[in-house]
Design a protein around this ligand. Structure first.
Ligand SMILES: [Zn+2]
Ligand SMILES: [Zn+2]
Length: 255
């Protein structure tokens, strides 16, 4: 079995002193490729640096809703300055009302601006949506052209988002949170979404799957996510891993 981690943050300072050791462990766990995801101008730069330095690392650039004060024009500049780099998507972008709700308009504005940027650059979009399902649905419905490539990272299914995923054939990435007992309600949605629209991720260093919950996560733990998904999909794990691998390659255009 081979895996691709479609969403991780190895620029995080928890890896500062041991990244080589972690990457060794990741390789040994048959994780061939990792997409390092930006969430601010600084982390986007760091993601580009990681992708430049490591063969098996790709990157995305984007401004997360927690950093809406940052300038999207600067992000475009960063892209233009790094055209040869392995930038495979714009993200993670979206809406997050979990902690900050008093800047919804600003969040929506930054989100739309980055959707337009992705369209201009012809890149897929990586969505972060937390406690903001209805607004996420509306912004996407109104601002993303049909046929655009879009993926919901760390997907927390709701009726409206799943409807959108099915209608527009968007992708979803499942992470360690599908192993948490409180998320057993995901099962009915997972059964509805075709496996052709799925990939997996770790969101490292966050969201360690059970049985490693609370520890620093890394891509070698993808196997727990794949296993749980196979259980929910009632599929052979090897067969599922192969499909997810190929989906990741084609969605992000990896080579
Ligand atoms: Zn996120
Ligand atoms: Zn993330």
């Amino acid at each position: 079995m081979r895996y691709i981690d479609t969403h991780a943050h190895y620029n995080d300072e928890v890896y500062k002193d041991n990244l080589d050791i972690v990457f060794d462990e990741v390789r040994k766990a048959n994780v061939d490729k990792v997409i390092n995801v930006g969430y601010s101008l600084e982390s986007s730069k760091e993601s580009i640096n990681l992708a430049n330095k490591h063969n098996n690392v790709y990157c995305t650039i984007g401004i997360h809703p927690h950093d809406v004060k940052e300038n999207v024009d600067e992000l475009e500049k960063l892209y233009n300055e790094n055209k040869g780099a392995k930038i495979v998507a714009i993200g993670e972008i979206g809406l997050d009302y979990a902690y900050v709700k008093d800047n919804k308009e600003e969040q929506i504005k930054s989100f739309i601006k980055q959707i337009k940027l992705a369209e201009k650059l012809g890149l897929p979009i990586v969505i972060h949506s937390r406690d903001a399902s209805l607004d996420t649905y509306n912004v996407i419905k109104e601002n993303v052209n049909e046929g655009a490539k879009l993926i919901f990272h760390c997907f927390a299914p709701t009726d409206d988002l799943v409807k959108l995923v099915l209608e527009r054939k968007y992708f979803v990435a499942f992470g360690g949170n599908i192993t948490y007992p409180r998320n057993s309600s995901f099962k009915k949605y997972i059964e509805m979404i075709p496996v052709e629209q799925m990939v997996i991720e770790t969101d490292s260093p966050y969201l360690s799957p059970i049985p490693l919950r609370g520890k620093i996560n890394n891509s070698s733990n993808l196997t727990y996510v794949c296993k749980k998904l196979a259980e929910y999909k009632n599929m052979d794990e090897q067969q599922l891993a192969k499909i997810l691998y190929n989906n990741s390659i084609s969605f992000f255009n990896l080579n």
